[in-house]
Design a protein around this ligand. Structure first.
Ligand code: ADP
Ligand code: MG
Length: 583
């Protein structure tokens, strides 16, 4: 590794009798420490005190992707972490920039994405005495409860160890977000270059394998063997683990139907004969043994209880997870298997041997019948051609786009746009579907799209509700600036959920309604990208295909019937409603 020693600190006169020792400084130590650990891409927003750090990073060969808002840069770093199984790094300025990045850090931690947020901060002495420094804020204290670990570095000689700790904390065990606080003064601190080099730490075995106990594997297999109606649930932890072959072997050798959680779609192709995605409600309700692989029984799985899961006590859960505390978090786990997914699945496969009994035929037949019934209902909806389009008509054509380009990256957010796209668009390869995750957060769209393009080099299709897009829409400039192969389709139904609400007093538009007939495509044109207004499925298909082929930054304003959506998409039941004086 070449050291990035500050050039101006070298002795200039080679005739000098006793040359001064070569020096390095905080800027260069941060760069060297990151590069030593394989971090070569930074997502951020420049400003005091990290502007020069960004410049020097670029000069030292790192890729510095500069955003318009820190939250989007943070989301980009987080999803880079998910894609690569290594921390993505976001760099921000102090107080407000740090706070903007913090939402992404908290979201990364919630989703188990490895990420490091590095923020410059003001002087400790002044912050601690609360003497009113420029952008004064005790950032470390604020970050701590929102991430896995938080560290502050006061001395240049500690930068190496701090970066190593941050890296290890982000990826080991259950992955998550880490905060690294770098006060302004640190960057210009100097030290002997050789000593500096020695202070750097390259993390060895950052996410060590965690081997499950043999007794836990046996217990799990014993439970699985008794099942009459077994089911496997694959979560995004399974996708993250990059144990794709082992997971596939487990599913296929067991013959058990599986449902993928949203971001686990494509781990096995959604068209796999054992996929029970199209019979999701039935299998969750009727299964008697459920094997969870990197999926939590949180709200997205109705906490493992209630009518989604059928009669109380009708299920036994086996759970594979790297986090022991996850077990029994909602319901009893009769066979906890704690370890990394690769090791756990390999151990299960070894225990199953090659004469594992086939999954019960009656159950498979029931699941398949339901799948076929639901699939033909859906096909009829997708084929309807309307103008303005409804969600199904528009998504029907996007489904074919991904079927023809299975290696494209798909980003998806919104309410109806999210729920329907998740069900309708089949995925064929692992870690291609990036979405709102555990929190169902809006605003991940453009950050995820930028990182998906930068990290994979593949074309990106971002399917965005018009409201969701608004949270990060200014990043279309970033997409154009870096000339990224991103095609954004804005599902424009003039509002949040729908565009038809009215203000009963007649003064304003309803709080859920946007400007009628808005032309989001013009935003992309403003920065030199391609804008298209699509009013029919045919127009939409043509425009998306062109964008995916050309790789030109493109935004398609897909005109959707304002009356087409439903309140809160699939999760309307979470919406408290007043019973007094409705409307
Ligand atoms: P989903 O929303 O797709 O169901 P979750 O985010 O709820 O997925 O669950 C992911 C789970 O995967 C978390 O409990 C996390 O601890 C676990 N996990 C993440 N990486 C690994 C890994 N390498 N090995 C085992 N478990 C993992
Ligand atoms: Mg909308």
């Amino acid at each position: 590794m070449g050291l990035a020693i500050a050039p101006k600190l070298f002795p200039v006169d080679s005739n000098e009798a006793t040359p001064e020792p070569a020096l390095t400084d905080g800027f260069h130590l941060v760069i060297d420490a990151l590069k030593l650990n394989g971090i070569n891409t930074i997502y951020g927003v420049p400003g005091i005190p990290i502007t020069d750090l960004g410049r020097k990073m670029q000069a030292c060969g790192m890729r510095v992707i500069s955003f318009r808002h820190e939250q989007n840069a943070g989301n980009a770093a987080a999803i880079a972490g998910f894609i690569n199984k290594a921390p993505g790094v976001c760099l921000t300025v102090s107080a407000p920039g740090f706070l903007n990045g913090l939402t992404a850090l908290a979201n990364a931690t919630t989703n188990c994405f490895p990420m490091i947020l590095i923020s410059g901060s003001s002087e400790r002495e002044i912050v601690d005495l609360q003497q009113g420094d420029y952008e004064e804020m005790d950032q470390l204290a604020i970050a701590k409860p929102l991430c896995k670990a938080a560290f502050r570095v006061l001395h240049a000689c500690d930068i190496g160890i701090a970066v190593a700790r941050a890296y290890r904390a982000a990826v080991s065990g259950r992955p998550g977000g880490v905060y690294l606080d770098l006060p302004a003064k640190l960057f210009s601190q100097t030290m002997d270059a050789l000593e500096g080099q020695k202070s750097l730490v390259k993390v060895i075995d950052a996410a060590p394998a965690q081997i499950p106990a043999p007794a836990a594997i046996q217990r799990a297999l014993d439970v699985l063997k008794t099942a009459q109606r077994p089911l496997i649930v694959l979560g995004k932890g399974a996708a993250y683990a990059q144990a794709d072959e082992a997971v596939r072997a487990l599913v296929e050798r067991s013959g058990i139907p599986y449902v993928p959680m949203s971001m686990a779609k494509g781990l096995l192709p959604d068209t796999h004969p054992q996929s029970a995605g199209a019979a999701r409600s039935l299998v969750l309700k009727d299964a008697d043994v459920v094997l969870l692989v990197g999926a939590r029984l949180n709200w997205l799985l109705s906490h493992g209880k209630g009518k989604t899961w059928g009669a109380p006590g009708s299920k036994k859960f086996i759970q594979i997870d790297i986090e022991p505390k996850e077990m029994d978090s909602n319901v009893e786990i009769v066979a906890p298997v704690v370890g990394d997914i690769g090791s756990c699945v390999e151990a299960l496969l070894a225990g199953m041997g090659h004469d594992w009994p086939a999954a019960p035929a009656a159950w498979i037949a029931t699941v398949n019948a339901k799948k076929q019934e639901n699939a033909s209902k859906m096909a009829a909806k997708l084929a309807k051609i309307k103008s303005p389009m409804d969600f199904h008509g528009a998504l029907g054509v996007l489904k074919t786009v991904i079927a023809n380009r299975p290696d494209a990256m798909l980003v998806n957010e919104g309410a109806n746009t999210l729920d329907l796209a998740r069900g309708i668009i089949d995925m064929y390869q692992p870690r291609k579907r990036l979405d709102v995750g555990t929190w169902g957060i809006m605003g991940i769209g453009m950050g995820f799209a930028v990182a998906a393009a930068v990290e994979t080099g593949k074309p990106v299709l971002a399917i965005e509700g018009d409201s969701a897009f608004g949270f990060s829409g200014m990043e279309v400039e970033t997409i154009c600036r870096y000339n990224l192969p991103v095609c954004i389709v804005v599902f424009n139904n003039n509002g949040i959920y729908r565009g038809t609400d009215t203000d009963p007093t007649g003064k304003d538009l309803a709080p859920t309604v946007f400007v009628q007939g808005a032309r989001y495509d013009k935003m992309m044109e403003a920065f030199g990208g391609v804008g298209v207004n699509a009013t029919t499925p045919d127009e939409l298909l043509r425009a998306v295909n062109e964008a995916m082929d050309s790789g030109k930054p493109t935004l398609i304003n897909a005109v959707i019937d304002p009356a087409a959506g439903t309140e809160s998409g699939n999760i309307g039941s979470l919406n408290p409603q007043s019973v007094i004086g409705k409307k």
